[in-house]
Write a protein that binds this ligand. Structure first.
Ligand code: ADP
Ligand code: MG
Length: 695
């Protein structure tokens, strides 16, 4: 592959400088190696011909055997096209060309048999095919089997590039050489990988479905393996090299809390995670740990115990939350839990008053303040810890890495980092995106929780739904009504929220209704939240600001309006607000009457399970990993062409193990048998500087 990565595609037979430019700008294909890595995304079976009556719009590309019976140029100027009738002997379809009209017209003979290959579309009652590939039957016979369909852009199409060009070009590259395999023999053999050269030949021109599958496996493995090698290596380097504060002892703060203030026995999962953290902060290296735990699994108390470890060793700790509501709630929970041991905790948010702010700054600098809870306000320049030993970050995906780094810019050593997420991330994604973090999982809910009963209801069943809410309210319980808020049109969304609020007030005239949304002033928001939290308001109409963390155990029912506009993970987060008490709770997903069957299937995942990991997996399958990776995409050393984090979990697992094994045997990847691979990686991995350093 190495020589191919220096061979400019313009020298590939049939490409030339003009098309090479187009390939570079449209697809990022610059070298012959790039070209070989541009894989078909679909295949057609060239041994199978369809008839016109078999077309149903579900087969993307088809071959049809038959002959042209008429051909005319119609329209003028830019609208001029060549239109022909093509018959398979029983039915006809229309074939059109917008370009090269003269040339095509001259090359086709009416009445002669051809095989057309293309994408059929329905046009009124007629099937139509535009710019099909045309073959004489005998020439097809020679290369029956699978034909790859290469994804094309509009621009490529308009410049006359067709799928078959890629086939011809890749064959030209492969014709004259054998592609060297950069993966070390030891890895290839232990997994039984198809050699790279065969895999590339098969992916572009499969000789059987079975070999194609093997080729796909091999090429997917490659991508995932190089990523894992990169991640595991970086993780090990960080782990070995980043010096951190050593929390040697567990002393009074922790012990007094544990013995006197613990409000409930910890679950086994919580105990295990506390132990993992304990071991991690006592090594002399910096901890970088992700705590994953479903909503309600009890992450807060785990965070508190970790912070007490810091305080016991003379350090300060902070807890950063993404919203003011959540920060306030954390502050109140932590203060209440530690009231008896007299821990000094403060809250810092955007709305903290100046005088209070000054106090906090003083307490931080002289070390008398043990724990600071807050929002983004914690990373302002004026905030200066005397000795920050641990930073806990709740709901990590809303804080960028750069933001986090600002927290400890004044530290001698980086503090230990504990990132807590209630968004369960599929294992495959966690292994990739957080591959260099250590992960703890709280995979157990506190005892006595009843799973929330979830129902899917349509607009026309609204009255029945309200009646059920009414019954809950009469039993003394509280209800959430949630509206989607979509950034692009805040005004409109706000209006639907207002209207919803009015409807709810009229529907439930005997109960006080509170309302919160993201554009409220913090004071007003707090006031409304307080109304609901105290039980004075029995209904809370809200946007997704309540998504994370909010804890009102008396709330037993939630209606989510326009549920189809939410992602599954988000629905799961929202639903986690109910079912926090001991009684049965309900979540009703409302949608308009007509939803696509795909949408219904998606929402039915919610009615079928309350397991956050199952939901996260499903979410990733429905949406693709892109959305979830989103902001973390930068963590990926290169884009995936063929592997998918959503569906190739098993291959990823194998790639991970292989990468670990290779690094065990050659930690710096300096052994000669690995040098081809390092050289190859430096051509594909963005962090090439990193890789060239170790080669
Ligand atoms: P999350 O993981 O979603 O942040 P919290 O820390 O807010 O969860 O905990 C959810 C609720 O469960 C809180 O009311 C908390 O007091 C309670 N809780 C946490 N751990 C336990 C436990 N071991 N036993 C009983 N209740 C618990
Ligand atoms: Mg929480």
């Amino acid at each position: 592959m190495n020589s191919l990565s220096t061979l400019d595609v313009k020298y590939v037979k049939g490409i030339g400088p003009k098309k090479a430019e187009l390939l570079a700008s449209e697809l990022g294909i610059r070298t012959a190696a790039d070209l070989l890595r541009y894989y078909p995304n679909n295949y057609v079976d060239r041994s199978k011909c369809y008839t016109v009556s078999e077309l149903n719009g579900e087969i993307p590309y088809v071959q049809i055997r038959g002959s042209f019976i008429a051909m005319n140029v119609v329209g003028e100027g830019a609208k001029m096209r060549l239109a022909a009738s093509f018959t398979d002997g029983r039915r006809t379809m229309e074939v059109v060309w917008f370009r090269k009209i003269k040339q095509i017209r001259e090359s086709i003979r009416l009445g002669q048999e051809y095989i057309l290959f293309g994408k059929p579309t329905r046009y009124g009652s007629m099937w139509q095919m535009a710019h099909p590939e045309i073959d004489a039957p005998q020439s097809v016979g020679a290369r029956e089997g699978f034909r790859g369909i290469y994804p094309l852009t509009e621009k490529l199409r308009s410049r006359g590039v067709i799928s078959r060009n890629f086939f011809v070009w890749t064959q030209a590259v492969l014709e004259s050489r054998t592609v060297a395999d950069p993966i070390p023999q030891s890895v290839a053999q232990s997994i039984g990988l198809m050699p790279l050269d065969s895999a590339l030949r098969q992916i572009h021109l499969p000789s059987s479905a079975e070999l194609l599958e093997k080729a796909r496996y091999r090429l997917k493995f490659d991508e995932l393996f190089y990523i894992q090698l990169d991640i595991v290596r970086r993780g090990r380097l960080r782990h070995d090299n980043t010096e951190g504060y050593r929390f040697r002892r567990i002393a009074d703060w922790f012990n007094n809390f544990y013995n006197r203030c613990l409000p409930f026995p910890l679950t086994d999962a919580q105990k295990r995670v506390v132990k993992e953290i304990r071991a991690d902060v006592n090594t002399g290296r910096q901890m970088n740990r992700l705590v994953q735990g479903d909503v309600g699994s009890g992450k807060t108390i785990v965070a508190l115990m970790a912070m007490l470890m810091a305080v016991d060793n003379g350090f300060q700790a902070c807890l950063m939350a993404p919203t003011e509501i959540l920060a306030t709630q954390h502050y109140e929970t932590l203060s209440a839990m530690t009231a008896e041991i007299g821990l000094n905790i403060e809250l810092l948010t955007g709305s903290t008053r100046t005088a209070k702010r000054k106090d906090i700054h003083t307490g931080l600098r002289d070390g008398s303040l043990h724990i600071l809870v807050g929002t983004h306000a914690l990373i302002e320049d004026t905030v200066e810890f005397a000795n920050l030993g641990l930073a806990v970050i709740d709901e990590q995906h809303r804080f960028g890495v750069a933001q986090r780094a600002r927290l400890w810019r004044k530290n001698l050593l980086p503090p230990h980092i504990l990132v807590m997420t209630a968004t369960p991330i599929p294992r495959t994604l966690a292994m990739t995106v957080y591959g260099d973090l250590d992960v703890s999982v709280i995979d157990q809910l506190p005892p006595g929780r009843k799973p929330v009963t979830t129902l899917l209801r349509y607009d026309n069943q609204r009255q029945g739904t309200y009646k059920a809410v009414f019954n809950q309210l009469r039993m003394g319980r509280q209800a959430y009504i949630v509206y989607p808020l979509i950034d692009e049109n805040e005004k409109l969304d706000l209006r639907s929220l207002q209207e919803g609020f009015e409807t709810i007030r009229q529907t439930f005239p005997d109960y006080k209704v509170a309302m919160v949304h993201g554009r409220m002033k913090p004071d007003e928001k707090d006031y409304q939240m307080q109304l609901f939290a105290s039980g004075e308001a029995r209904i809370l109409v809200a946007t997704t600001v309540i998504e994370v963390g909010v804890n009102v155990p008396n709330a037993s029912v939630m209606i989510i309006e326009n549920a189809e506009r939410f992602g599954l993970s988000q629905l799961h987060q929202l639903r986690g607000r109910v079912g926090r008490g001991a009684d049965q709770s309900y979540c009703v997903l409302m949608t308009k009457y007509q939803i696509a069957s795909e949408t219904r299937k998606r929402l039915e995942v919610m009615t079928a399970t309350t397991d956050g990991f199952v939901i996260a997996e499903a979410d990733m399958k429905f949406r693709g990993p892109g959305d979830i990776e989103g902001t973390m995409q930068s963590g990926m050393p290169f884009d995936l062409h063929i592997a998918s984090l959503a569906t190739d979990g098993a291959i990823l697992q194998q790639a991970r193990l292989a990468a670990e094994k290779l690094l065990d045997s050659d930690p710096d990847l300096k052994m000669p048998q690995n040098s081809d691979m390092i050289r190859y990686m430096s051509t594909i991995v963005n962090r090439s500087a990193d890789w060239s350093k170790i080669s």
